[in-house]
Design a protein around this ligand. Structure first.
Ligand SMILES: Cc1cc2nc3c(=O)[nH]c(=O)nc-3n(C[C@H](O)[C@H](O)[C@H](O)COP(=O)(O)O)c2cc1C
Length: 187
């Protein structure tokens, strides 16, 4: 069977994003089973319903990429106890027009990292609620990863065994969910 592709969306537009670093390490944990597509969101304009009549090229690229993928991994920072505006903006673009939402039926896992002790827990709860509302099957379980001490280097290598094992188990759980959700129906 052909390999499935998982899209990774990083909820940060920061050049030195620690969430992108974590996402790189998670991608490496999935790479033996899936192809990976990095989905860019930092170049999307602010959502404006007036632009719906002639959607900007970057928006069309984004929605086409998401629509083509069965599964998505969200790795997001927390901004003021919620998800960053850049990520919410991307989700909003993908959700309209409602009858052509690119989110419905996708399978997703959520994680994120921050220097603080709660490791993006509040942002992830908001993201889980939004995606659920949009018809995304969001994997159960929780992965709130503090960046102090740093769990990964800039090349996607884990720097300690316990967090590597924790993330490996979370990605294994995601891989198995994606396999079940994309398996052909019997008969
Ligand atoms: C506007 C803003 C709000 C923030 N709010 C939170 C927060 O609520 N919780 C938290 O843990 N960190 C918060 N932070 C700190 C971020 O965790 C930190 O900037 C982190 O590096 C962001 O991830 P990134 O490097 O992937 O962009 C905030 C940062 C910014 C710029």
């Amino acid at each position: 069977m052909a390999r499935q592709t998982i899209g990774i969306i990083v909820g940060s537009n920061r050049r030195e994003s620690i969430n992108r670093r974590l996402a790189l390490a998670l991608a490496r944990l999935l790479a033996d089973r899936f192809d990976i597509t990095w989905i860019r969101i930092d170049d999307l304009p602010m959502y404006n319903q007036d632009l719906e009549v002639d959607r900007p090229e970057t928006v069309r690229r984004f929605t086409t990429e998401v629509a083509a993928l069965p599964a998505l991994l969200f790795v997001t920072p927390e901004h003021n106890r919620s998800l960053p505006a850049v990520l919410k903006n991307a989700i909003d673009w993908g959700s309209k027009p409602t009858d052509r939402s690119v989110w419905r039926g996708k399978t997703a896992a959520i994680t994120g990292t921050a220097n603080g002790g709660i490791g993006t827990a509040a942002a992830q709860q908001h993201l889980r609620a939004i995606l659920g509302d949009l018809g995304v099957t969001v994997m159960g379980g929780e992965a709130y990863i503090t960046f102090k001490p740093e769990p990964v280097d800039g090349e996607g290598n884990f720097l300690d065994d316990s967090r590597r094992a924790f993330c490996r188990a979370y990605m294994d759980q995601f891989a198995s969910l994606v396999a079940r959700m994309t398996a052909p129906l019997p008969g």
